[in-house]
Design a protein around this ligand. Structure first.
Ligand SMILES: Nc1nc2c(ncn2[C@@H]2O[C@H](COP(=O)(O)OP(=O)(O)OP(=O)(O)O)[C@@H](O)[C@H]2O)c(=O)[nH]1
Ligand SMILES: [Mg+2]
Length: 411
């Protein structure tokens, strides 16, 4: 019985020994493989593979997203080292569109096309006058109608009286009123009134080694910014190096509007990014910048201001004085809306007192039959109309030519 018990104990011990040996063998096997791996330098963390694949080093997160928009990488970061902090990827910014620079139409070619438009809007004046004057019976009543026609065209009382007196004298002397003859008289008299002897050139070439400075002023909405944009195109077509100055700082949109005109023809705009910045400072910077760029001319747009707002007119005076600390001003263009008629004359007077106006730009002549404003504004200020706006298109600005203008009136 005892022998049997010892036998059982011996078998049990044997089984235990065998099991123990198998267990030790298994554990040894795993431990051996672990030692074969190279040291990783750190313990694997939660959620990571115990053994990171060696051919897939960790990459910064920017590398993973937006692969096709990232600039190409030249080299992988060295293995085992933490990735070097990289600069913000460029991909967050909108790609700049490649600017397409337009080649504006040469101004010489455009007068012809614009003449038709001018003639259309002014035909009431020319045709009306011709119809009246070529009557065989030119009585007092007809002369009064002639006067009325001239007055409604904004020619002004003085110029109207002068013109009617001259015509009456001619009729008396010649005794003829056929249309061709009357047309010739009227043409000659109107040209004389518009005064072809005035210098209508625009300062746009370098003066004594510095850029010409052109300041553009006027009341709200007359077409100043549009005129600066169109004039830049005229000058680019003449191969001038132009710089724009956005001294209308009332609204950020004003500088954007100007910059758009400039960028279309590859002309830089000097501006402030801050709404309400000092317009005199921006104008000064524009003149300085243009000098540094060795430009031919700098065109400075200003905010629209009512001529009866003293504070705003003082501000314009300051713009002028601050520019003059850096450079003389060669041209001050007053932009008048031809459709405002006699109101424009009062504006013109006040602006001329604050800044020395050297030329008038008469815009929106396409929208009025009141071409006589050309004569009255010139007489009032003693300065010539230099440019006329004849539409909203980018090339709808023409140098003012008295003969072409009168021909357009009478066509
Ligand atoms: N028909 C016609 N429209 C014009 C002419 N010139 C300008 N305009 C229009 O007039 C409007 C006002 O033009 P802007 O150039 O913005 O006027 P602005 O004087 O700069 O205006 P502010 O800066 O607000 O004082 C725009 O719709 C222009 O397209 C023109 O000769 N003919
Ligand atoms: Mg403007």
């Amino acid at each position: 019985m005892i022998d049997q018990l010892w036998e059982y104990i011996a078998v049990a011990i044997g089984i235990l020994v065998v099991l123990g040996a198998v267990l030790v063998g298994l554990l040894r096997g795993r431990g051996g493989r672990t030692r074969e791996l190279p040291p990783t330098g750190r313990e694997p963390g939660v959620g990571e593979d115990a053994a990171p694949p060696r051919d897939a080093p960790k990459r910064p997160v920017e590398d993973v997203g937006g692969i096709d928009t990232l600039p190409p990488r030249t080299a992988e970061p060295p293995r085992g080292r933490p990735p070097v902090a990289e600069p913000e990827p460029e991909t967050l910014r909108e790609p700049e569109p490649t600017p397409v620079v337009e080649r504006p139409e040469a101004p010489a070619g455009r007068l012809q096309r614009l003449r038709a438009r001018l003639a259309r809007s002014n035909s009431a004046l020319g045709q009306g006058l011709l119809a009246l004057l070529s009557r065989s019976d030119l009585d007092e009543e007809t002369w009064e109608d002639v006067e009325d026609t001239l007055l409604t065209s904004d020619l002004g009382v003085d110029a109207t009286t002068e013109l009617v007196d001259a015509l009456r004298a001619q009729v008396k002397i010649e005794g003829r009123t056929d249309e061709a003859t009357v047309r010739d008289w009227l043409r000659a008299d109107l040209i004389a009134l518009v005064d072809p002897t005035m210098d209508r050139s625009i300062a746009s070439s370098r003066v004594e080694g510095r850029p010409a400075v052109v300041l553009v002023v006027g009341v709200n909405g007359t077409g100043k910014t549009t005129t600066v944009g169109k004039l830049a195109r005229v000058l680019v077509a003449e191969d001038k190096d132009v710089v724009l100055g956005a001294a209308d700082t009332f609204r950020a949109a004003a500088a954007d509007q100007l910059e758009t005109w400039g960028s279309r023809v590859g002309v830089p705009t000097i501006r402030s990014e801050r709404e309400g910045a000092d317009p005199a400072a921006v104008a000064f910077d524009a003149v300085k910048g243009a000098a540094e760029m060795e430009a031919d001319v700098v065109l400075i747009d200003t905010a629209g201001r009512l001529h009866n707002k003293v504070g705003l007119m003082d501000e314009l005076g300051k713009v002028k004085r601050v520019i003059e600390k850096r450079s003389p001003i060669d041209e001050v263009l007053l932009v008048l809306d031809a459709t405002t008629g006699q109101n424009g004359l009062r504006q013109a007077e006040v602006f001329a007192e604050v800044v020395d106006v050297t030329g008038i730009v008469l815009t929106k002549l396409d929208g009025t039959a009141k071409g006589g404003i050309v004569v009255s504004v010139q007489r009032k200020l003693g300065v010539p109309v230099k440019l006329v706006g004849l539409g909203e298109g980018p090339d709808d600005l023409a140098p003012f030519d008295p003969e072409a203008f009168v021909d357009a009136l009478l066509d």
